[in-house]
Design a protein around this ligand. Structure first.
Ligand SMILES: [Cu+2]
Length: 552
């Protein structure tokens, strides 16, 4: 990591100092790769992927990105269920790399997490992945090393079902959302650790609220918050990094360059949305079009028609649309309403529809801070329970899944919630066959905003011991979010079968959002191996919200 970053800083330093083209290497690498939104597609069952650096320019300044086969996003890989794929990955970086196949069920030593599933792919080395394809749908792949994913190393995976696509469409587009920064991600993390609110331009932050609560008690802090509201100031702490740091991309293209998907009137289009961001949760809509959600995380759901949906980092949604006008804007605003990615669906290149304004921010509610307000026990400071790594503990979490989440509530649109997602019958049958869980593990998602430390049960990864399960054991896991942020949680190698508040089966996912003060329960079946389990917000994962799960 450090070597690559210092080389990057070195080269950027040259640019700033104006000593351009003083070396052959610099002259050669100065060629900025044109990002067109036309992502290469690779098909078959043998693939060659080359990880390298390339210059890109999203903001007027050339910057080094980490790319695969020269493309950002990486090539879209087409697999077929039932086949075995062989993927040779060559690392041309000067540092270690890796590729994780997000959401795929595979032998753990093919899962691509350095230090857990394998040793990583060292600089100048080739690693050959080989695994059978046991599922179908929309997935993605990305680096699990350092900040390479943040620097562009992510791509789509589309797996055709064994018996062909059950839903016939006229067009099929991947819509890969991501967040690009010109800044050095390592420096961003250092800044967050120094002052977690540095990129939050909406003060006061939740951290201040916590501080106030510590000094005055919750009741007084909430009273004071009413005053903030009157002053039109709100506790808003929806994201650590905002549009001040990020340029949001759609299929690798910034809003100005306007990625465009063409169609003819009367056609049915499948849009495969993938959130390949490092740190950004998006809210997606296409003004003028109903969105029929047919799949999430590659797994089919009963079709549900909505105006808008939230997509957490690493989630995927397949959506059907049937446009009748000439042009529509695909609008993906980030959770804190500081910016957006956007593109166009149009009958001709160059056509555009209006880009809607960013929504107004909403206030974190009492339920976001304290959970289930019907109960008597409320959140309190956790210093005595957990030690320094935790700001607060939620004892009576809310369990409802029918809340779209902060900044989406009562916005006049029909917004998807997890309560709307119902796995289709074949998946229901499969989860039934897995049997009832024989034990429950409850873990709290915890954070210390002041120090920017994140973890499970107040422990960072380094301080923690692996969670242990037996092979084929069915376990119910409950996650309680003790923080004021929404976390996209991802357990590798096994499906997460979400439960309703009553304990019934809701939907099969690989990544799901846990809202502030919310408890989400899901069942998993132990798959032999060592697996990663973490928040998919990169800076949370890097700051400790990561556990190993050992199944033996
Ligand atoms: Cu997180």
């Amino acid at each position: 990591m450090s070597f690559q970053l210092s080389r990057r800083q070195f080269v950027q330093g040259l640019t700033i100092a104006g000593i351009a083209a003083s070396t052959g290497t610099f002259a050669k690498t100065k060629n900025v790769t044109a990002i067109t939104g036309q992502v290469p597609e690779l098909k078959g069952n043998t693939f060659d992927l080359i990880i390298d650096e390339a210059w890109v320019n999203y903001t007027g300044k050339p910057r080094l990105a980490t790319v695969i086969n020269g493309s950002l996003p990486a090539p879209t890989l087409y697999f077929k269920e039932g086949e075995t794929v062989t993927i040779r990955v060559t690392n041309r970086l000067q540092e270690q790399s890796s590729i994780h196949w997000h959401g795929l069920l595979l032998p753990f030593d093919m899962d691509g997490v350095p230090g857990i599933s394998f040793n990583g792919i060292d600089a100048r080395q080739t690693f050959t992945y080989q695994f059978p394809i046991k599922q179908s749908g929309t997935y993605w792949y990305h680096s699990h090393s350092g900040f390479q994913e943040q620097m562009g190393m992510m791509g789509a995976i589309i797996i055709e079902p064994r018996d062909g696509e059950p839903i016939k469409v006229d067009r099929d587009y991947v819509v890969m959302l991501s967040d690009w920064t010109d800044k050095d991600p390592m420096r961003l993390l250092t800044q967050l650790k120094a002052q977690s609110g540095f990129d939050n331009y909406q003060q006061p932050t939740a951290m201040q609220l916590l501080h106030d609560a510590k000094m005055q008690g919750w009741k007084n802090a909430i009273e004071a918050r009413k005053m903030w509201n009157q002053m039109r100031m709100v506790p808003t702490d929806f994201t650590d990094l905002s549009a001040h740091t990020y340029t949001y991309l759609m299929n690798g293209v910034n809003p100005a360059s306007n990625w465009t998907g063409l169609f003819q009137k009367g056609e049915k289009i499948r849009l495969r949305f993938i959130n390949g961001s490092a740190q950004t949760i998006f809210d997606v809509r296409i003004p003028g079009l109903k969105l029929t959600v047919i799949s999430s995380d590659g797994q089919a759901v009963e079709p549900v028609s909505v105006d808008e949906f939230r997509i957490g980092v690493a989630e995927t949604y397949d959506v059907l649309v049937e446009p009748t006008d000439d042009a529509y804007t695909i609008f993906a605003q980030n959770i804190d309403r500081s910016g957006y990615a956007c593109g166009t669906l149009a009958t001709k290149q160059g056509l555009k529809a209006e880009i809607p304004p960013l929504d107004k921010i909403q206030w974190l509610s009492m339920a976001d801070m304290m959970g289930d307000m019907s109960g008597k026990t409320i959140a309190h400071h956790a210093d005595t329970e957990y030690g320094i790594s935790t700001d607060m503990r939620v004892d009576m979490p809310r369990t409802n899944l029918n809340d779209a989440g902060i900044n989406l509530r009562n916005n006049g649109r029909r917004v998807l919630t997890y309560a709307d997602l119902h796995s289709i019958d074949s998946i229901k049958n499969d989860q039934q066959k897995q049997g009832e869980p024989t034990r429950e593990i409850e873990m709290h998602l915890t954070g210390n905003m002041e120090r920017y430390i994140w973890g499970f049960d107040g422990l960072t990864f380094k301080e923690s011991k692996p969670v242990r399960m037996a092979k084929n054991e069915r376990v119910r896991i409950s996650l309680v979010n003790d923080t004021m942020m929404t976390h996209p949680m991802h357990l590798h190698g096994m499906w997460s079968d979400l439960r309703t508040p009553n304990g019934d089966f809701q939907v099969r996912k690989h990544t799901f959002l846990v809202q502030p003060a919310q408890k989400v329960s899901f069942d998993v079946t132990g798959e032999a191996g060592r697996w990663a389990w973490h928040c998919h917000l990169m800076y949370h994962m890097e700051s400790g919200m990561f556990r190993e799960v050992v199944v033996d």
